[in-house]
Design a protein around this ligand. Structure first.
Ligand code: FAD
Length: 504
């Protein structure tokens, strides 16, 4: 084996949105003791998309891996905590359910918790599944917990993520990356030069400046300046499974307590999010333009928000899907340039970090072995398809028939990979395990249960339990969670005491 031959000496990142700066920060941090140069080009005239404020727990892992102080980050990005998502009106109007992070319950003497809960249910116990989720029990009470004091209590199983201000997050990560030596260049890329084999050689800005590199990362947003406009890799649209193709967004002043969860409320032709931050609330209605106009969607959004608006509503069009090749030649695409799955489960920022992690594992030399490209693209596709299927589950299991949109969802064609998962769940009460998948069984159980999809029976091994004994254990666990949750500070108290953001 040799030492690295012909290493990449310069990476050029086009785009300074959340994905551009996460990429710059991660690569800059990983290569901090080498001569690798990183230059990021962004255009203030074009700007960033300015949405993307709900995250999942992997954000905390990213921040930890970058050595970023969490409290400092929370204060600077006006962040609040997120324990999961509350889904309202998805199954039928008036019904709601909670999708928590982390696990629900823990195995009982080696028997899978969910199967034990199913057995208790079959025996007549009507305790909701979420009574065994630390995040759900805390959320119901508007509480947050003291992570440093949770050890040895049922709360140690609680995971959390953040709601963040996307503009402030970009600023924070830019500052971090620049300190690592990443060079930021302001300017609009107007021309891209390719070599005879199609690889990208350089980008030229409106100012006339040319920036050459060995490897290029396209973080230019939906336009995919390098991956699509230059390399023409193509895009797979998934609108036959996820037809929402527009969002209208607006920010409002905060009203009442800051909830430690995202709200996703189904509407006539899609769903609406509510994301509370310390200084304001982000709201948006994701909809399908086949069923409502921009004006109708905007009116629905304005009718459903809680506080006074602080900006004008803005329409954002999109197509759910992904690039046919996320990595092509010497160009990687990340963020919106790579693909987009509507933000129902807040997965976009996670996908940026997860796919950079793949790239780090398969980091090339100047030679760029095609095997790396193929394996990377296979994994990225598997991740996107997994998330797509999980999102489709939220729609296709609806019992709503009150609008054309929901009637379409109820009757929709679903991906065969999802159908297999649903069939397996119905037959066994279990989930087909995948490799490095984002959504673990708890997530699937939460949505199956919330959407009232039941297995035919529980796993017969659970019949080893005497029901009364099992029920006593379940009841004790449930009460233990309530007791410890009651002792925790409210989410607002927690923020005020440990991580208050500056007034804006
Ligand atoms: P952008 O923010 O669009 O940045 C593109 C960058 O490229 C900008 O800096 C721009 O200046 C630059 N650029 C473009 N063209 C040129 C050029 N010619 N020359 C120089 N620079 C150029 N994600 C989540 O994780 N959670 C959510 O809750 C969530 N909600 C969303 C809601 C909606 C409606 C949408 C559309 C997206 C949502 N996302 C969410 C996704 C999230 O917004 C993005 O993943 C994230 O903001 C990253 O965007 P980006 O950096 O890829 O692109």
């Amino acid at each position: 084996m040799n030492t690295t031959q012909d290493p990449i000496e310069k990476i050029v990142i086009v785009g300074g949105g959340t994905s551009g700066w996460i990429t710059a920060a991660t690569i800059g941090n990983t290569f901090k003791n080498t001569n690798l140069q990183i230059e990021l080009v962004e255009s203030e005239d074009i700007g960033v998309i300015g949405v993307g404020e709900a995250t999942i727990p992997s954000l905390i892992s990213i921040l930890n891996s970058l050595g970023i102080d969490l409290v400092d980050f929370i204060k600077e990005t006006q962040a609040s905590f997120k324990l999961g998502i509350q889904f309202e009106d998805w199954h039928t109007i008036g019904e709601k359910y909670f999708h928590p992070f982390g696990t629900v319950g823990k195995s009982i003497d080696g028997y899978d918790f969910f199967q034990c809960w199913l057995k208790a249910k079959a025996e007549g116990d009507n305790t909701p599944l979420m009574a065994h989720s630390p995040q759900s029990v805390l959320s119901e009470r508007g509480k947050f917990f003291l992570p440093f004091a949770a050890k040895g209590t049922p709360l140690e199983r609680a995971f959390y993520a953040l709601h963040i201000d996307s503009a402030l997050t970009g600023k924070y990560l830019r500052n971090y990356a620049e300190k690592l030596g990443v060079v930021r260049t302001e300017g609009k890329v107007e021309q891209v030069t390719q070599s005879s084999n199609g690889a990208i050689e350089s980008v030229t800005l409106a100012s006339g400046k040319t920036i050459a590199g060995d490897f290029f990362i396209d973080c230019s947003g939906f336009r995919g300046l390098l991956i699509e406009q230059t390399l023409k890799t193509g895009y797979d649209s998934w609108d036959k499974y996820l037809p929402c193709n527009r969002a209208v967004t607006v920010q409002t002043k905060n009203v009442g307590d800051t909830k430690p969860y995202t709200v996703s409320k189904a509407q006539d032709a899609g769903w609406m999010w509510r994301i509370p931050l310390q200084h304001r609330t982000g709201n948006g209605y994701v909809f399908c333009d086949k069923y409502v106009t921009d004006e109708q969607a905007t009116q629905t959004l304005l009718d459903n928000i809680e506080g006074e608006t602080i900006i004008q509503p803005r329409i954002i069009p999109f197509t759910t899907g992904m690039r046919k090749k996320s990595w092509d030649k010497n160009c990687l695409s990340l963020g919106l340039a790579q693909g987009f799955i509507e933000p129902l489960e807040s997965t976009a920022i996670h996908l940026v970090s997860k796919t950079i992690a793949y790239f780090m594992r398969m980091f090339p030399t100047k030679k760029i072995d095609q095997t790396l490209i193929d394996e990377y693209n296979r994994r990225v596709r598997a991740d996107y398809e997994e998330i797509r299927d999980f999102l489709v589950l939220h729609y296709c299991t609806t019992e709503r028939e009150d609008t054309e949109f929901w009637r379409w969802c109820k009757a929709m064609e679903i991906p065969p990979t999802l159908q297999k998962k649903i069939d397996f769940f119905k037959a066994s009460g279990g989930i087909i395990p995948g490799v490095e998948e984002l959504f673990q069984p708890t997530s699937w159980y939460a949505v199956f249960d919330g959407m009232k999809i039941e297995p035919d029976s529980y796993n017969p091994t659970t019949d080893s339990w005497d029901y009364q004994k099992l029920k006593a254990i379940l009841d004790k666990g449930k009460q233990g969670l309530i007791d410890i949750a009651e002792q925790q500070p409210s989410h607002d108290e927690f923020l005020k005491q440990y991580c208050p953001a500056p007034k804006m």
